[in-house]
Design a binder for this molecule. Sequence first.
Ligand code: PLP
Length: 372
Amino acid sequence: MTALLAPATLSRLDAPTLQTIPSAVGANVARVRAATDAAIMAVVKADGYGHGAVPVARAAVDAGATWLGITDAADAAELRAAGLDVPILAWLNPSGVDAAQAAADRVDIAVGSVDELRQLVADASAPVRVHLHMDTGMARGGCPVDDWSELLRVARAGRGRVEVSGVMGHLPRADEADPSANAAAVLRMRHARDAVLRAGFGPVLVHLAATAGALTDPSTHFDLVRIGAGLVGIDPSETVPLHGASRLTASVVHSARVPAGTAIGYGGAHVTGRETALSVIGVGYADGIPRELTEGAGVEIGGSRHPVVGRVSMDQIVVDTGDAVYPRGTTATVFGPEGGAVPSVQDWARWAGTIPHTVVTGIGTRVRRATA
Ligand SMILES: *Cc1c(COP(=O)(O)O)cnc(C)c1O
């Protein structure tokens, strides 16, 4: 253990950093634009899938996105303060909606139940624009089909306080990249829209698809597609190669040579089979490095991929660097878009038995955010 803790040399450490690559976000928006005539909403919920809502939103808007999507209307304030001026939609609002604030921030509110709509009508001091949210097969939000006509009745009665400007749904199975898996939702969406128009509302913006639907099934596009994962290079359907927009780096904190038979980390879960060099990298599961890793996980240092050995600790991981000894302060790339020795977010998802979304959104708050 003493050998492990002895610094090879002393040099300045760079704090762990998650970099957003705006040019990649822009290229991903361009890829979606090539797949559809629909308008593009950049979904920047969960702080821009962990990257920072503002830099991701800005890059997407610069590349042609004309809407922003968030889950909580309160998050609009940050986007407006940053000078982002395009329309914003908020669809979950876990702490309720401050109707006056929503009107002031010019946030459209998606409403998926009669109760929510009644509440909004009661609270609205200035007219609030609403998108009526139909449950298109997820049972996770959205108004049940059987309540749709009552929702429309409440919306009509609330005219002047709420203004119906959109109709939305969400696809439960678009990642299967099989249009037949979306057919029922598309049909329900059409019926929902037609009922809204028959009830005398209009024009309304109709939207159903997220990244996977936008990339794989034009029948789901309607007027607008909501792109979140795709902005940062994740295609949930795994059919379209997008541009990785995330780079996580951290410094080598300690490095040392150790003999064969050295047990590493908690539980001695890995024992070196030969004399080798180890580097300790200053990120761990508190920073979002998945603790459940299978064989094969690694990071890039000095142009080579080196395996993570032993258990992931709260604040650190240990990497076996073989014959190479990297001085303290050397940058390790945990993931990035480069390919080759640099793992991708998708590689980490595979090693952890999860989806790329949880890798990027799991990056902890103490990891510095930066823009490339
Ligand atoms: C998260 C979310 C999106 C974006 O989905 P991606 O697959 O990340 O593009 C779109 N619409 C709704 C309702 C969402 O919750």
